[in-house]
Design a protein around this ligand. Structure first.
Ligand SMILES: [Zn+2]
Length: 237
């Protein structure tokens, strides 16, 4: 059972290649299967995405773009805008807000998906990356009011002919306080398959699968797992 009766244009705006699949990949797979049109806008090319498993930095942007395209294809997304802000240094400033507002006016999404700028800690075992918080902040500030108000960044309209656009809903992934949980059991394996395309980021594949399969809901088991992706859903009235 879907959320909408008609085809929706959904724009996922996040900081890094691999964020869409990690944060909401199973939901995206469900939406594309239901016939919705999903596109991505990534604010960086993930050029600091090196870890113990990957130390070659020379062509990391190209590699991460390629991985992202392959991952997105697995869950039904082919339209990806890669912005070129420096990985690790995202700040929710006016320049970035204008850039994102311009993308929203251009793509004209019904639904925008981003992540929670107020969430500093994840599962009591991770610090949420500062780029994720900055991306969430700048996206919600771009949705309202910058994208919809002609007096914000007037050059967008005057010079680039990007008319104001009203988004209908915002879905906040990695929410500090969720108000909706999507059962994504059916598309969880598709999410994992997509994530394996980000080979430079996931390390040992068996450990990765074990870790991700263990993230079932508390009311289910390893034998019959149920998976959810949760959001704070804002529906503008
Ligand atoms: Zn990230």
């Amino acid at each position: 059972m879907g959320f909408w009766d008609t085809t929706q244009q959904i724009l996922v705006i996040l900081a890094h290649p691999d964020d869409p699949e990690f944060f909401c990949g199973a939901t995206i797979a469900k939406w594309t299967a239901e016939g919705h049109q999903v596109s991505y806008c990534l604010l960086t090319k993930g050029d600091k995405g090196v870890n113990d498993h990957f130390s070659q930095t020379e062509n990391i942007k190209e590699l991460r773009i390629e991985e992202q395209k392959n991952a997105a294809k697995v869950i039904g997304v082919t339209d990806i805008i890669f912005l070129d802000n420096e990985d690790g240094y995202l700040t929710p400033n006016l320049e970035l807000r204008k850039e994102v507002a311009g993308v929203i006016r251009k793509v004209k999404p019904d639904i925008v998906v981003t992540c929670d700028p107020t969430n500093y800690y994840l599962r009591d075992s991770y610090i949420n990356h500062s780029d994720h918080r900055a991306a969430g902040q700048v996206v919600i500030d771009a949705v309202f009011p910058a994208a919809q108000n002609i007096l914000f960044f007037p050059e967008l309209e005057k010079e680039l002919h990007l008319e104001p656009h009203h988004v209908k809903e915002v879905w906040i992934s990695l929410p500090k306080e969720k108000n909706i949980a999507i059962d994504v059991t059916e598309t969880w394996s598709r999410k994992l398959e997509a994530l394996t395309k980000h080979a430079s980021q996931i390390g040992d594949i068996d450990q990765f699968y074990n870790r991700m399969r263990s993230r079932h809901t508390e009311d289910s088991s390893d034998e019959t797992p149920r998976y959810e992706e949760v959001y704070r859903r804002i529906v503008f009235s």
